[in-house]
Design a protein around this ligand. Structure first.
Ligand SMILES: [Fe+2]
Ligand SMILES: [Fe+2]
Length: 177
């Protein structure tokens, strides 16, 4: 069994730190195969992370806080990041723009993570709310494990644009409350 003792915010913050570390390593990497490997890891981790936030954490946040602005802005930022992720996944270090795409993605994510973690941001609001962060942490960990197992199974990139619907369906079906 996966250890799932982290509360929702601790789990999501740990994901943020992991991806930041990989972005730094990408920045220092000089060999194309290493760059490709890191970018693939980053994109995969961000897909899982945005999916569990959209399916589980964001709906619970919206239900508890009714904060439409924070919620909608976060989702729009995810949409922007996912477009760039799809482009990175369908290209490689031989592409002249590859490094620039990963750098811009890291800047988008840095901005988004700040919005989630800063005082008055989503995580701070969630802490003040009635959300059951321990229970949500367990749900996030379980869904994360499931998605990671799926992406190990089929190591194929999903078609660009094919994800949004899926996560909406997942969201409707999960009915987190
Ligand atoms: Fe996040
Ligand atoms: Fe997010």
């Amino acid at each position: 069994m996966k250890k799932s003792s982290k509360d929702a915010i601790a789990l999501l913050k740990a994901d943020h730190r992991q991806v930041e570390k990989w972005f730094k390593e990408f920045d220092k990497a000089r060999v194309a195969s290493r760059k490709k490997k890191l970018a693939t890891q980053i994109c995969g981790a961000l897909r899982v992370h945005t999916t569990i936030e959209e399916e589980i954490f964001y709906p619970a946040f919206l239900a508890a806080t009714k904060d439409l602005d924070l919620h909608h802005e976060a989702e729009v930022e995810h949409d922007g990041a996912k477009k760039l992720i799809a482009t990175i996944e369908s290209s490689g270090p031989e592409d002249e723009y590859y490094g620039a795409r990963v750098t811009v993605l890291s800047e988008m994510i840095k901005h988004h993570v700040k919005e989630e973690e800063q005082p008055g941001g989503m995580f701070a609001e969630a802490r003040k709310s009635e959300m059951d962060l321990a229970e949500l942490g367990a749900q996030l960990a379980a869904r994360k494990a499931e998605l990671e197992a799926e992406s190990d199974d089929d190591d194929m990139s999903p078609p660009p644009g094919g994800r949004k619907e899926r996560s909406h369906v997942g969201r409707l079906m999960k009915g987190t409350r």
